[in-house]
Design a protein around this ligand. Structure first.
Ligand code: SAM
Length: 189
């Protein structure tokens, strides 16, 4: 399917974003989402990923965070906050080391200057990786993070390999090839 057809499909199905299809494919291939999971959705607005997780596993508890507002979703606890301040959100902080799945679709504002953008993406990714490691359950935690194919990708993957037992790279069909976005998957065992 052409990349823009995914946007059309999302609209027809009444979904909040076409990003849903990307996560759906990764979840299907990895079987990362189990019933009754505790899920942290980072960079959640407008809410497509949270909505998908809730639809696939209604028994899961979802906590979502974004610095932009998000329309409410039944069963999803949303916090409008910068990810840098996550430890200040008491409800989430109390769940440190308890999450089964952390998903991050964070995308920083771009300056258009490649070296600065690549550095900013890397720093945000590394911060998010630290959050995932701190908040995931050490025995079965799983992490899915969107990043970009650039000069820092190898360094990021190495950091993932240090922190997770299994690391895989995904480029879902719904992801525009031109966009350069790519997804890293990490599993603790
Ligand atoms: C591609 S969108 C997420 C789409 C979402 N996964 C969905 O399916 O609807 C990226 C989000 O990251 C958020 N974001 C970027 N930097 C952030 C930060 N430092 N803290 C919190 N949210 C951030 C943006 O506000 C934006 O809503």
């Amino acid at each position: 399917m052409h990349a823009d057809s995914w946007a059309l499909k999302a609209k027809k199905l009444g979904l909040r974003s076409r990003a849903v299809f990307k996560l759906e494919e990764i979840l299907k291939r990895t079987k990362a989402l189990k019933k009754n999971s505790l899920v942290l959705d980072i960079g959640s607005a407008p809410g497509g990923w949270s909505e998908l997780v809730k639809a696939l596993t209604p028994s899961s508890n979802i906590y979502a965070i974004d610095r932009l507002p998000m329309e409410p979703i039944d069963g999803v606890q949303f916090f409008q906050e910068d990810i840098l301040n996550i430890d200040e959100i008491k409800d989430i902080f109390l769940l440190k080391s308890k999450f089964n799945l952390v998903i991050s679709d964070l995308a920083p504002n771009l300056t258009g200057i490649r070296s600065i953008d690549e550095e900013n993406i890397f720093e945000l990714n590394i911060f998010t990786l630290r959050v995932a490691v701190n908040y995931l359950c050490k025995s079965n935690g799983t992490f899915i993070i969107k990043t970009f194919q650039n000069s820092m990708l190898k360094k990021l993957r190495t950091e993932m390999e240090i922190n997770f037992n299994l690391v895989q790279t995904y480029k879902p069909a719904a992801s525009k090839s031109k966009s350069g976005e790519i997804y890293l998957y990490g599993e603790m065992r």
